[in-house]
Design a protein around this ligand. Structure first.
Ligand code: IPM
Ligand code: MG
Length: 357
């Protein structure tokens, strides 16, 4: 059975880190006889430069046909002044919505080897293992109407719409409850139900679902408190489920608890478990092209892809073990560098993971 993986390197450090993950994928493909075939396509700023659109039809077509997608990152200052509909981010958002990748899984795991890289005290973060389940195709990111309009007073007004249907809430809720069942059986739903009606409904639906998952303990938290609790006592959380925008913000915060956003993968899945996998960090234009970016989040995203979309647990575990091994060896890219570490480039880190495999 041949399965296809679409590689979307994107912009900034995207091509450098995806290149390392690609080598790792080729290696496990051979070693575990996975029968994977690979294709590449343009997205984001790279696609704007070549084809004047952040999501070319050919890319979307290849994405629809692929069994899984590995994406680097999109965006950069070069395209920041373009109108909203033409910006690189629209490529990413278009893939998410066209493929209905509504479930975004963002684990924040502290690698014991990197405990000192966190800005929080080691006792606060040691052993940290949180999963943020972010709704990815709805909420204020996609709500209509949206835009900037001219008021009668002559002033302009910007507006967006924060909305969720019951079915959208229910399907992301189920993903989160099921994830909690597989883990520590605790689910915290984050909302702003003291102010926003849409999240009053969110809370109601989460409560409704509770009876289907009697083994999971459900709690609710307002988003401002959740932001505070994440830095105060992050280990109280197991799985967090929240809407698109709150999830965007809280997942960056959770990532940073672990010391480096350069270590964290993510998966965006639809109801057929087709998925797009990407590192949580962005395109980091400030260090693009210098060969110093950390490829590990992308490599771990490739492992996640093998596990969730391709059912290749052994190959996934082998990659994860190889990553752990290079960290044990003291190899560090600049973002996770600490005393006693050996500083390596993007390519050296990728090569080290290959040899560890
Ligand atoms: C993310 C990013 C994206 C988002 C941007 C690049 C559109 O911040 O994946 O978290 O806001 O979802
Ligand atoms: Mg974000």
């Amino acid at each position: 059975m041949s399965r296809s993986v679409l590689l979307l390197p994107g912009d900034g450090i995207g091509p450098e880190i995806v290149a390392e993950a690609e080598k790792v994928l080729h290696k496990v493909n051979e070693k575990f006889s996975l029968g994977l075939s690979f294709e590449s396509a343009l997205v984001g700023g790279a696609a704007i430069d070549a084809e004047d659109t952040p999501l070319p039809a050919d890319t979307l077509d290849k994405a629809r046909k692929a069994d899984a997608i590995l994406l680097g990152a999109v965006g950069g200052p070069k395209w920041d002044s373009l109108p909203m509909a033409k910006r690189p981010e629209k490529g990413l958002l278009g893939l998410r919505s066209n493929l209905e990748l509504f479930a975004n899984l963002r684990p924040a795991i502290l690698y014991p080897q990197l405990a000192s890289a966190s800005s929080l005290k080691p006792e606060v973060v040691s052993g940290l293992d949180i999963l943020i389940v972010r709704e990815l195709t709805g909420g204020i990111y996609f709500g209509q109407p949206r835009g900037v309009r001219q008021l009668e007073s002559g002033e302009r007004q910007g507006y967006n719409t924060y909305q969720y249907t019951e079915s959208e809430i229910r399907r992301i809720g189920r993903v989160a409850f099921e994830a909690a069942q597989q883990r520590g059986k605790k689910l915290c739903s984050v909302d702003k139900a003291n102010v926003l009606e849409v999240t009053v409904l969110w809370r109601e639906i989460m409560e409704e679902l509770k009876s289907e998952y009697p083994d999971v303990e459900l709690s609710h938290m307002y988003v401002d408190n959740a932001a505070m609790q994440l830095v105060k006592a992050p280990k109280q959380f197991d799985v967090i489920v929240t809407g698109n925008m709150f999830g965007d913000i809280l997942s960056d915060e959770a990532a940073m608890l672990t010391g480096s956003i350069g270590m964290l993968p993510s998966a965006s899945l639809n109801s057929e478990k087709q998925g797009m996998y990407e590192p949580c960090h962005g395109s980091a234009p400030d260090i693009a092209g210098q060969g110093v970016a950390n490829p590990l989040a992308t490599i771990i995203s490739a492992a996640m892809m093998l596990r969730y979309s391709l059912n290749e647990d052994d190959a996934a575990a082998a990659i994860e073990a190889a990553v752990s091994k290079v960290l044990d060896q003291g190899l560090r890219t600049a973002d996770i560098m600490s005393e006693g570490g050996k500083k390596v480039s993007t390519r050296e880190m990728g090569e080290a993971v290959l040899s560890a495999l």
